[in-house]
Design a binder for this molecule. Structure first.
Ligand code: KG4
Ligand code: ZN
Length: 333
C-alpha cells in the first residue's frame, strides 16, 4: 500500500511517499526560511507563491526518490487545514488534480491531528492518549480516543507557544525562527533568574495564553535592558515559563481523563530542553511522555501520510469538492 502525503500548511512545502503505516520511502521538506527570515516571520503571499512554484517538481522528486511510479499510489492525503489559507489551497488543489487524473481516492487531513499522529511513524501508542501539539501556529491539547477520533480539549486563547518564542526573538533582533535561536542562547542560562508568570495555570480548563507572558517579557526588557551578560538567563527563564505552563495543563488533562500516556508533537517539541524538562516532570508525576524524533516534530508530509493510513484503513475518504480551512476545527467520525 503506497500513500502520498502533501503538506503546504505554512512555509514548508513537503511531499512524502509512505509504504504501509511507517516505511518512509521519501519525505522531502523544502523550507522557505530564507525567504521569510528578513521579515521576522512568515509573509503569507510569499509563502503561497513559493508553494505554487515548486510543488510540481517536489512531487516528481518525492516519487523518484521513493522509486515508485505515480500510478502505483493508492491514495492521496493532503493537509486540508488549519494553516495559512493561501498556502493550504495550493497543496489541496494540487492533490485534487492529482487524485482526479490518477483516479485515486483523496483524504483531507487536519494538520494538527497529524502532529499528534506523527509518532506512529516511529512507534505504536496505545489509545486513548493525550497529545500536546505545540508549534508556531498551534498550541492545543487533544484527547486521542481512537484512530480518526479525537477531541480538542484545550487550545491557546491568543499566541501559540512557538509564536511567542518567534515574537520575542524578533523583538530582540535575534532572527527567525526564534525557537531554535532561543534554545541555543538559553543553554547555559539560569531558569530561575526571572520569575515570569504562568498564565492561566490555576484556571479550571486546559487552555493556554502566551500573549501576556510575551508582554511581561517586553516590559521586563524595557525596564532592565537585555545585555550580553544576562540574555542567557533571561531567555532561559522565559523558555521555562512556557514549558512549565504547557506541562501544568498536561498534568491537569491526564488527571481529569485518567490517562497517563502523553504524546508531544509540533515544532517546539523538537526543543531538547522541553524534552528533558517534560521527561523529568513526567517521571515525577507517574506519566509516560513520548516524542517523535526532532525531524518528525516540525512540519513534514510523512505525518500527513501516516494519519491518512488510519483513515484509509477505515475507508474514510473525502469528497473532491472538500474545502480548505484556516482555523482549527474538528475532523473525525
Ligand atoms: O510545526 P512547525 O514546523 O510549523 C507549524 O505548524 O507552526 O513549528 C514551527 C515553530 C516555530 O515557531 C519555531 O520557532 C518553533 O516551531 N521551533 C522551536 C524549535 N524548532 C522549531 N521552538 C523551540 N525550540 C526549537 N528547537
Ligand atoms: Zn505544523
Amino acid at each position: 500500500m503506497l500513500i502520498l502525503g502533501i503538506d503546504t500548511s505554512c512555509d514548508d512545502t513537503s511531499i512524502s511517499v509512505l509504504e504501509g503505516k511507517n516505511r518512509i520511502l521519501s519525505n522531502i521538506v523544502s523550507s522557505q526560511i530564507d525567504l521569510h527570515s528578513r521579515f521576522g516571520g512568515v509573509v503569507p503571499e510569499i509563502a503561497s507563491r513559493k508553494h505554487v512554484e515548486i510543488i510540481d517538481s517536489l512531487f516528481c522528486e518525492a516519487i523518484e526518490k521513493a522509486s515508485v511510479s505515480k500510478d502505483q499510489l493508492d491514495v492521496v492525503c493532503v493537509t486540508q487545514g488549519p494553516g495559512l489559507i493561501g498556502s493550504v489551497l495550493v497543496g489541496l488543489c494540487f492533490a485534487k488534480g492529482l487524485a482526479l487524473s490518477l483516479r485515486k481516492p483523496i483524504i483531507g487531513i487536519n494538520h494538527v491531528e497529524a502532529h499528534a499522529m506523527g509518532i506512529f511513524l516511529e512507534r505504536d501508542i496505545e489509545f486513548p492518549f493525550i497529545s500536546l501539539v505545540v508549534s508556531g501556529g498551534h498550541t492545543c491539547i487533544l484527547l486521542m480516543e481512537e484512530p480518526c477520533r479525537y477531541k480538542v480539549i484545550g487550545s491557546t486563547r491568543d499566541d501559540a507557544a512557538g509564536e511567542a518564542l518567534d515574537k520575542i526573538a524578533k523583538f530582540l533582533g535575534l532572527g527567525y525562527p526564534g525557537g531554535p535561536i532561543i534554545e541555543k542562547l538559553s543553554e547555559k542560562g539560569k531558569t530561575d533568574y526571572i520569575k515570569f508568570p504562568r498564565p492561566m495555570a490555576d484556571d479550571n480548563n486546559f487552555d493556554f495564553s502566551f500573549s501576556g507572558l510575551k508582554t511581561a517579557f517586553i516590559n521586563w526588557a524595557k525596564k532592565h535592558t537585555v545585555t550580553e551578560e544576562n540574555i542567557h538567563h533571561v531567555l532561559a527563564s522565559f523558555q521555562e515559563a512556557i514549558f512549565d505552563s504547557l506541562f501544568g495543563k498536561l498534568i491537569k488533562a491526564s488527571k481529569t481523563y485518567g490517562i497517563n500516556r502523553i504524546v508531544v508533537g509540533g515544532g517546539v517539541a523538537s526543543n531538547s530542553k522541553l524534552r528533558s524538562f517534560f521527561k523529568e516532570m513526567a517521571d515525577k508525576n507517574g506519566l509516560s511522555v513520548y516524542f517523535p524524533s526532532p525531524a518528525n516534530c516540525t512540519d513534514n508530509a510523512a505525518m500527513i501520510a501516516v494519519t491518512g493510513y488510519f483513515y484509509f484503513k477505515k475507508n474514510l475518504f473525502s469528497p473532491l469538492d472538500m474545502k480548505g480551512f484556516s482555523r482549527i476545527n474538528i475532523k473525525g467520525i
